[in-house]
Every structure is written in C-alpha cells, then in structure tokens.
Design a binder for this molecule. Structure first.
Ligand SMILES: Cc1cc2nc3c(=O)[nH]c(=O)nc-3n(C[C@H](O)[C@H](O)[C@H](O)COP(=O)(O)OP(=O)(O)OC[C@H]3O[C@@H](n4cnc5c(N)ncnc54)[C@H](O)[C@@H]3O)c2cc1C
Length: 645
C-alpha cells in the first residue's frame, strides 16, 4: 500500500496530477493565442487563473481537506442527528430489554470465559433478538437498522462482552457485509435471510500467514475452470474469527486477469465460499482475550466455487475488502465506547467505597485525575462513534479517513481506560472475579486487528499527503522557473504571509456555540499550523517522506487531535443549543480536550522541524538498528563493567 502511495505522491499517473496537467495544457494553449508582446504580463495573468483552477478533487472528508489547508465541515457541523422520534422510540424499545438481558448474564459470563464458546442459550437469545441481522433490509428478514441504530446496539453489546461482540461483528460487520454492499439481487435473496436470523453464520477471510498488514500480498489463488463455470481455490487463511463454525466465508484470492493491453496480471477477487468439500479449519486458537470468540486457521484444498459466487467484480477484490473494513470500523468504535462506560462505572463505584489512609479513594486527587481522564477518553470515543455513523447515514461516501481516526482513538482509549480502571481497583483488579482484568485483555486486540493502529496512522498521513501533493507539486515546479510563474509565486507568497500572520485561518466560529468561540479559534489556528507543516514536509522530503515514518506518525497524531477538536465542538454546540441537562458538563470536557490537544498539536508539529528532535529520532533509530543486529539489548549489565577495565 505504502509503495503505491509513494509513487502516487508525485507520479504523473496520480489522478490529481492528471487533473492538474490537463488544466495546464488547456490554459497554456489559450495563452499561445495571445500576441507575443504581452507574453510576460499574460504569463502572470494565466498563472493566476491556473492557480485558481488547480482544484484538488472535491472531497467531503474533513480530515483529507485538512491536508490541503481547508476546513470542510459540511457533514460535521452541526453534529448529525439522523434519527427521528419514531426511530428513537424503536431503538429504545430494543435497547432496554437487550441491556437487561446482558446485565443479568454478566456475572455468569465472566465465569464461563474459559469455556471459550458462547453458550448455545446465549446464541439463541441473540438469534431471538435479531442480533445477527441488524442492518439487513427487512425484506430479507433483518431489522433494517441504519448505521446510527446499529451503533447504539453495538455500544450495548460492547458494554458486556467484547468476545461475543466479535462473534456478531465477524458475522455481520465483515462476514457477510460484502453481500450487503456488493451482492447481486440473486445472491442477497439466496443467502441473506438465513444469515440475518443467525441460522447460518459467516466469516471474513483475508489474513494469511505471510499477509497481515500487507493484505495485498496474499497467496491464496483461485483458477478459472476450462469451461468457465467455476473457480478452483487453493491456499490458507489465518486468525479467522468464527472460522470454526461459519457456514460461509468471504474469501479473498489472487486470480489471473487480462488487462486492456492483453497482459495477464494477478489481481485479488472476492468470493462467497460455502463450507463444503476441500474446506477445513484448525482448532480454536488459544488467545489472551475475547475468549468467547472463535479464531481458527482455514485451508482450501481444490475448493470448487461457482462463478456466480464472485462478490463484486473479478479483480476488484481488494477494493471490496477495504470497503467492507471501512464500513465495519465504526461498529468497533461504538462497542468500545460501551466497554469504557462500564469500566468507568465500576472503577468510580469502587473508588467511592474503598477506604485507605482514612479516606475514600475518590477523595484523592491522583484518583480524581484518573477518573477525569477516563471520562474524557470515553466522551471523545462516543463522540467519534455517533459522528461517523451519523455522517454515513447522511450520505457521506468518502469517510475512510474519519473511520480510521475513530478506530485508532477508540482502541487506544479503551486500552487506557481499562488499564486505569484496573489500577484503581489495585490488587482486586488483578483478580479474575472482578471482571476488570478480562476487560483489559479483551480490549488489547482492537489496536491490532482490522488495521493495526500504526498502519492506520501511516495510511491517514500518506493519503492526506497524496491529496495535498498535487497542489504543491505545481508550486514547486513554478519555483524552478520564477520569471515565468511570477503570478503563481506572488499569490503563494502572499498566502504564506497571511498564514504566518494568522489572517488566512478558516473561520470556525460560525456554527459553534458562542461560549466555545475561544476553542473554535484554537481549532482554526491548528488547521493553519497543520497545513503549513504539510507543505514543509512535502517540500523538504518530496516522495522520500514515505520513508519518514516517525514524522508521519506525528502528522497523523496532529490530525487526529484536530479532527477530534471539531467533533467535540460540534457535539457540545448541539448540547448547548438544545439546552440538554449535561450541556455544561460536556462543555468542560470539550474545553479540557481542546486545551490539551492544542498543546499536543503544537508539540507534534514543531517536532517536525526541530533539529534537536530530528537528531533524537536518528539516535533512536540507530539504537534500534544495533538491537536488531544483536537480536537483543546491546548494553551490558553494570555489574560487569569492571571486566572491561
Ligand atoms: C483474535 C484475532 C481475530 C482476527 N480476526 C480476523 C478475521 O476475522 N479475518 C481476517 O482476515 N483477519 C483477522 N485477524 C487478523 C488481523 O487482522 C491481523 O492480525 C492484523 O491485520 C495484523 O496483521 P499481522 O498480525 O500479520 O501483523 P503484521 O502485519 O505482521 O504487523 C506486526 C506489527 O508491525 C507493524 N507493521 C507492519 N507493517 C508495518 C509498516 N509498513 N510500517 C510500520 N509498522 C508496520 C504493525 O502495525 C504491527 O504492530 C484476526 C487476528 C486476531 C489476533
């Protein structure tokens, strides 16, 4: 993935550059028509027009636009409210009994974890409640919920058991999601009804022993039969959730495709594979957490798949996989919001009852700080959860970067919150009976699967840089021939001057509640700082930026903070405008976040240019290289320091 983004950053094949090139050709041919004497003046005039026309393709993504120094809040302000009263009542009708059912089962489930199987009685309860077909259209036997309703139900499930949440999520969020998104009417009619009721279960099979984060390097192969009626599938998949019992698998395999030039190339295709002859699975793998979920290896030995079982188009499987994962990511954010809520309730109740040094734990400011930060982490995650589900429901299509930010924030926050909850419980937190250590173990995998957080951070930074790169490349070209491009350069120079003086900052106060205007101004300032940092990186490193992961991670961390500022300002503005009971308290959370995030953004962005920090980065890398060479630490014990003298 990164190799391809690096090529696209400045490659003439990139869509952005194509667009810019076409525009330049069009403007220069019109300039050729002008009399020769006016050439210099016209060049400047034409270039100004050209800058105007160098439109980076429209995107609704706030995150993506930030890289080009723009604040597109169309979908994000006001905070989305997609449910009408009828839908809210419908949701409440489902949520209350579901919560009660899980609440009653919680103690029992904590004890049953080591069985590593969801009790059949619980599976049946989920089937009865419709938990396996939440978003399947009603005509196929599902509940027909939209993304926001699904988000609320995932939040409830995450509160009780993330392992059981994975059984549901692997089935509907990713297992059969390909059919919902790309399935033909025949495929939907044939398979969705049984999947929606949980009579049949599904799994998503992408990962292989040698293809984890680098999913495009899969080796599983499907070969078309001579009569063209079916494919023969061979290969294996690793860590497949629901792999031990799923009836159907969405499988990604390499297939040979003839391109327009008649060349044969390998491309990934997605297949709907029923369990049958040639498909086998390994035993349930022993795991650190989410033990109720089932994780196995899968093998395909000459498995015959009818051509009708292709999901989407032949050769478009990688896009299918990414679309499914992007779509499924918000379910995880909502589930983790539920987990955090439970951990905070448990930790605060315990701190209110446990006495040490003659006082309740809750009276100590060290404990208050923990609870305050845990609450902020939850507020942030929940705000991400309903923002992403809301903007998808409102029809935003290019939400992949926002979904990635939300997944990173939710999984990092959940780990932090459960860890701190365990710390507040002290020794009692380490004892199984309390249930906290299980929550901590369960949350750990979320920073790894469905896109490891490092990979997602790099993906956000590189996708954004690619977007901004098209515009900057034109400026760079202009700098090489300043006389011919005076207009372009003057305009850019004045933009930069304004930016340095802070005059070019987008006005973020317009739709934000007046009491939050100081915070909105901080957000504006951060947007400008960020776009200037993006320019700096592109100009200094050019396409080599792809190799500078430590810088890319800082850039990603800044964008995560900036986008989160917007989300909180949007949510709290809604709360203040509607005068809801918790509005003032939410306002405090928002102000705290913006103030601290502002400091982090400043620190992360100035680190990109700080010689001292860049030198430290180099030191860290050098240390790591030595460790890799030694395959272990390089420093000897101080006890042995005599031996050298
Ligand atoms: C319990 C469980 C359930 C799962 N369920 C499913 C499932 O249902 N279906 C499915 O297809 N898969 C599933 N997976 C697989 C999961 O998605 C992968 O584990 C995940 O994508 C990471 O791949 P990997 O484990 O091979 O790690 P690797 O890709 O080997 O990565 C290891 C570490 O290196 C980092 N890294 C990798 N490349 C780079 C790079 N270029 N730059 C910087 N850092 C890098 C990663 O961030 C990570 O920290 C599951 C895994 C587990 C453990």
């Amino acid at each position: 993935m990164f190799r391809s983004i690096a090529t696209k950053l400045y490659s003439p094949r990139s869509d952005n550059i194509h667009l810019i090139k076409n525009m330049v050709i069009r403007t220069s041919s019109s300039s050729n028509a002008q009399p020769k004497t006016d050439n210099k003046k016209m060049e400047a005039k034409v270039d100004l027009d050209r800058l105007d026309k160098i439109k980076i393709p429209e995107s609704h993504s706030f995150v993506q636009n930030l890289f080009a120094g723009r604040a597109n809040t169309e979908f994000f302000l006001p905070y989305p409210q997609v449910l009408n009263n009828e839908e809210i009542s419908f949701l409440d009708m489902i949520v209350d009994p579901v919560s009660k059912m899980w609440e009653d089962k919680w103690d029992e489930l904590v004890k049953l974890e080591d069985t590593e199987t969801v009790p059949e009685e619980v599976m049946q309860m989920m089937r009865d409640m419709g938990s396996f077909g939440i978003q399947v259209p009603v005509e196929y036997g599902g509940m027909g919920c939209n993304n926001t309703q699904y988000a609320r139900l995932a939040e409830v499930a995450g509160r009780y058991d993330l392992g059981i949440g994975i059984v549901q999520g692997a089935h509907q969020s990713i297992g059969y999601k390909g059919l919902v998104l790309f399935g033909t009417p025949e495929q939907k009619a044939k398979y969705l009804p049984d999947l929606a009721t949980g009579t049949k279960m599904a799994a998503f099979a992408l990962t292989e022993p040698s293809a984890g984060s680098d999913a495009s390097s899969i080796k599983t192969r499907a070969v078309l039969s001579e009569d063209g009626k079916h494919y023969i599938l061979n290969g294996s998949k690793l860590y497949i959730s629901n792999g031990g019992f799923a009836d159907f698998f969405t499988v990604f395999a390499k297939t040979e495709i003839k391109n327009e030039k008649g060349e044969i190339k390998d491309k990934v295709t997605a297949f709907w594979v029923p369990r049958g002859p040639g498909l086998t699975n390994g035993p349930n793998m022993k795991k650190m957490g989410i033990k109720f979920s089932n994780t196995t290896e899968i093998w395909f030995d000459n498995v015959k798949i009818p051509v009708e079982n292709i999901i989407g188009e032949v050769g478009e499987g990688f896009k299918v996989a990414m679309k499914i994962l992007n779509n499924g990511r918000y379910g995880m954010i909502c589930a983790l919001s539920g987990t955090m809520q439970k951990a905070i309730e448990m930790a605060s109740t315990y701190a209110n009852t446990r006495t040490q040094f003659g006082n309740k734990l809750s009276s100590f400011t060290a404990i208050q700080e923990k609870i305050g930060r845990m609450t902020l982490a939850h507020f942030v995650t929940q705000s991400h959860a309903y923002m992403i589900s809301g903007v998808i429901d409102k029809g935003m299509a290019d939400f992949q970067l926002e979904a990635a930010v939300g997944k990173i924030v939710a999984s990092d926050s959940a780990w932090h919150v459960c860890d701190e909850a365990l710390q507040i419980f002290g020794g009692m937190g380490y004892i199984k009976e309390t249930g906290i250590e299980k929550m901590l173990r369960d949350t750990r995998i979320f920073r790894i699967f469905e896109g490891a957080n490092e990979i997602l951070r790099l993906f956000i930074a590189l996708t954004g840089l690619q977007y901004a790169g098209g515009h900057l490349r034109e400026i760079q070209k202009a700098m090489k021939n300043p006389t011919a491009n005076l207009g372009l350069i003057f305009m850019e120079a004045s933009k930069r001057l304004k930016r340095t003086a802070g005059f070019d900052a987008p006005d973020m106060t317009e739709k934000i509640h007046p009491s939050l205007h100081p915070e909105a101004q901080i957000l504006s300032k951060n947007i400008i700082l960020f776009s200037s940092a993006v320019e700096h990186l592109l100009i200094k490193y050019n396409k080599q930026i792809v190799m500078e992961q430590m810088l890319l991670l800082r850039l990603a961390n800044s964008v995560i903070d900036i986008y989160t500022m917007l989300i909180l300002l949007s949510r709290v503005t809604l709360s203040l405008n509607k005068n809801i009971p918790s509005a003032e308290y939410e306002s405090q959370l928002c102000k705290l976040f913006v103030s601290e995030a502002n400091m982090r953004v400043n620190q992360n962005l100035s680190a990109l240019r700080s010689p001292a920090i860049l030198k430290n980065d180099e030191l860290i890398r050098n240390i790591a290289v030595q460790i890799f060479e030694n395959q272990g630490i390089g420093h000897q014990s101080p006890l042995h320091s005599n031996e050298s003298s």
